[in-house]
Design a protein around this ligand. Sequence first.
Ligand SMILES: NC(=O)c1ccc[n+]([C@@H]2O[C@H](COP(=O)([O-])OP(=O)(O)OC[C@H]3O[C@@H](n4cnc5c(N)ncnc54)[C@H](OP(=O)(O)O)[C@@H]3O)[C@@H](O)[C@H]2O)c1
Length: 417
Amino acid sequence: MSVCTPFNCNGLSKSHCFKNLLTSQFINQFQVTTIPHSVPLPSLHLSESSRCSKKRLKLVTASSATPAVEAPKISFRSKSPKDINVLVVGSTGYIGNFVVKELVRRGFNVIAVARERSGIKGKNSKDETLGLLSGANACFSDVTKLESLEKSIDNLGISVDVVVSCLASRTGGVKDSWLIDYEATKNSLVVGRKFGAAHFVLLSAICVQKPLLEFQRAKLKFEAELIEEAKNDEGFSYSIVRPTAFFKSLAGQVELVKDGKPYVMFGDGKLCACKPISEPDLASFVADCVLSEEMINKILPVGGPGKALTPLEQGEMLFRLAGKEPKFLKVPIQIMDFAIGVLDFLVKIFPSLEDAAEFGKIGRYYAAESMLVYDPETGKYDAENTPSYGNDTLEKFFKRVLEEGMAGQELGEQTIF
Ligand SMILES: NC(=O)c1ccc[n+]([C@@H]2O[C@H](COP(=O)([O-])OP(=O)(O)OC[C@H]3O[C@@H](n4cnc5c(N)ncnc54)[C@H](OP(=O)(O)O)[C@@H]3O)[C@@H](O)[C@H]2O)c1
């Protein structure tokens, strides 16, 4: 069931969550942020329930004693952030939560969609989830169900200007990837458009450039539909953010090195490289996409500051910071190929091993593929052409984790790029 929580910012009270307060008084009071008289209808598939709600929206408009003349549509970009409603899905994730905080800090009116039990394996209670989303208007709903999401937003009685999606499968399993990275993300587009969204910011991943994994295919399918949506409606735009590796994805061996264990890497440790980016820096980049005209209708690869780093260089940095003698365990990549071959064979007999086989492929992918801009013509990754953003360095991050531990950097059920 979807439940909207009290609005806890911008002076909106608990009662405003409920649809029965969608009165002309409410509309007048929050004129700038309420449903526009003419919501452009998305060219996306809408379920039966969406159509019903569309009629309800028309009713609200008809009863609001407004002259039949349509008001000229004002771009949300000309409004002040406090009057811009940004719907964030995936608001409780590693990056999503920083995005919520950054948008709140910049003064936007943020509606953060979440599950009542959020986090890895639902570790956060409802109250903890509300705490995570403080400053935003938390909206508990189910993004995997179009009707549920639509009803939740309808209950809020507001329009949406921008949708920001930081959704991602927490497992990287085949079905879950399609459910979250494609379907749930698309639900947020359909619902966002229905309530007036003119811009969609998608947190994707740089690795979709060379798609060999199911979650990459699911993300790419959504990206293509998002781009198509903007092609069909000049009043709608997108920004697709494709970041390189997150700090958390590179932190898995910090504790081991600290405990005197060797740093494990594949091949000679130079098979892949990345330009890691911190959560606050990436959140700031995503928040820039909300208003920046320069980021409209673009696919934006982005990495952190400094040069690209191979696993060997990351390991050397860790040993230096930990004050330990470098010790490397070099694992031949062929071991992974063998394991994947065995799993692929077993899946044919035991389909339930589908996810195990996929996890093997995910591991193989990140052991050998760089998280940098890829040139399909040359088949090479290009560190020089991978844009840098922000100030936080991996070195500073490693230092912090060595001193304070991994709190807040949990890897999830699978480490997914
Ligand atoms: N890891 C990397 O190095 C890396 C690099 C580049 C790009 N990326 C991409 O960045 C994006 C975000 O990654 P992240 O690490 O921030 O993700 P994350 O921490 O795993 O967060 C995933 C978000 O999606 C939500 N979600 C997942 N399954 C759901 C479900 N069934 N129902 C409702 N909500 C669900 C989660 O909600 P709950 O809290 O309720 O579970 C959470 O808010 C992904 O697209 C990822 O591929 C990652």
